[in-house]
Design a protein around this ligand. Structure first.
Ligand SMILES: O=C(O)CCC(=O)C(=O)O
Length: 290
């Protein structure tokens, strides 16, 4: 089993050393069930196929709570700070097959570091820049359940990505229980898929936090969510950017020169006021609904 995060040790220390942190029970059983059912709704047209679908937040409201999950977001802000947004998300559904290896897939394990052109454009070592979280919604404690494989220490070594069908000795599967969040360094080489002969469909959701000045990976079809989201979620969906005047220079983007309205996440007072208001509104609606 992988080491769980040791709360007494700083998250940064664990993350820098291993390139990932696991948070068991980041999601309750109820949250796991509702996220699985959202994935099943969105993939119901072809349940027997592998799905890897990006830009999930505008596709189902069940995903919205992952934006500012209290069990995970504080760790992200400890590692990246508050000038962040979610510039990429995807859901993965991997039905079980009989195959014990990845030879049936043209691209095998699909080894990669996250960030695409970042790795061509910047010399090694590139900075961290973004962190991806895997929310594992299926128990993956048994070998061959379609686990994500990681190449140990590759966030530091800069080694080449293995050939698609290769499984190096330094590769290990992320064995974890349903409800676990795994935060990983985008420079850590990982698989895009692995064999799933467990008999169970694997369901996972990936959410990537990046600095606000990094462009979107996804189309970001989220504008219709504005009214459903408070300031923090709006920030994380990229909806809070203002044009600012800096030292008399007009027309500077709040992505680069963030002011308080740009980054509500940096002002927890606003958030608690907002959640208090939401609680009052919920209570009123309950009373009116009686
Ligand atoms: O599905 C997986 O196990 C990993 C997918 C992933 O992280 C990716 O596509 O970058």
């Amino acid at each position: 089993m992988n080491d769980a995060v040791d709360i007494s040790q700083s998250a940064r220390e664990v993350f820098e050393q291993k390139g990932y942190i696991t948070i068991p029970d980041a999601l309750s059983g109820q949250q796991v069930a509702s996220l699985c059912s959202a994935i099943d709704d969105l993939t119901a047209h072809d349940p027997g196929k592998i799905h890897n679908v990006a830009d999930i937040f505008g596709k189902h409201d069940a995903f919205l709570e992952l934006l500012d999950l209290p069990t995970v977001l504080p760790v992200i802000t400890e590692l990246l700070g508050t000038n962040i947004w979610v510039n990429h998300s995807h859901l993965n559904a991997n039905p079980a097959t009989d195959s014990k290896d990845v030879s049936e897939f043209d691209n095998g394990y699909g080894w990669h570091r996250d960030g695409g052109a970042i790795h061509k454009d910047l010399p090694w070592p590139p900075p961290l820049l973004s962190i991806k979280i895997g929310y594992y919604l299926t128990d993956l404690m048994q070998q061959g359940s379609g686990q994500t494989y990681f190449i140990r220490d590759s966030h530091n070594t800069g080694e080449r990505t293995p050939h698609a069908q290769e499984l190096p000795d330094s590769a290990f599967p992320m064995m974890c229980k349903a409800g676990t969040a795994v935060l990983f360094d985008r420079r850590l080489i990982h698989s895009i898929r692995s064999a799933n002969y467990s008999g169970n469909k694997r369901r996972v959701i990936f959410v990537q936090y990046a600095f606000r000045w990094m462009a979107a990976v996804d189309p970001m079809n989220v504008e219709h969510l504005r009214k459903k989201c408070g300031p923090v979620r709006q920030q994380l969906l990229g909806m809070t950017t203002q044009v600012r005047t800096i030292d008399g220079a007009q027309g500077r983007s709040g992505l680069y020169y963030p002011g308080p309205g740009d980054v509500p996440l940096a002002h927890p007072g606003n958030t608690s006021r907002e959640s208090r208001l939401r609680a009052i509104a919920r209570r009123l609606l309950r009373i009116l609904g009686r």
